[in-house]
Design a protein around this ligand. Structure first.
Ligand SMILES: [Zn+2]
Length: 70
């Protein structure tokens, strides 16, 4: 399996180590946002994807998940 974002060898399932980490970070931060603002997962991903201050990898993961959901 290859990472669906960067094509590197995937750790498990869809993501390489770097993008798996980015994905885990996203999920952790979402818990905080959900409590603070009541954002849905999808709204949160849109925020991350559109925010120029999000890390590059966080944005890549958010965009990838959003595209998969379509
Ligand atoms: Zn990757």
């Amino acid at each position: 399996m290859k990472c669906i974002i960067c094509g590197r060898e995937a750790e498990n399932k869809d993501y390489c180590l770097l993008h798996k980490k980015a994905c885990e970070n996203l999920k952790e931060k979402y818990e905080h946002w959900k409590k603070a603002l009541g954002l849905s997962w999808r709204d949160y991903l849109i925020q991350v994807a559109e925010n120029p201050f999000s890390g590059v990898k966080a944005r890549q993961v958010a965009e990838t998940i959003l595209n998969e959901d379509k």
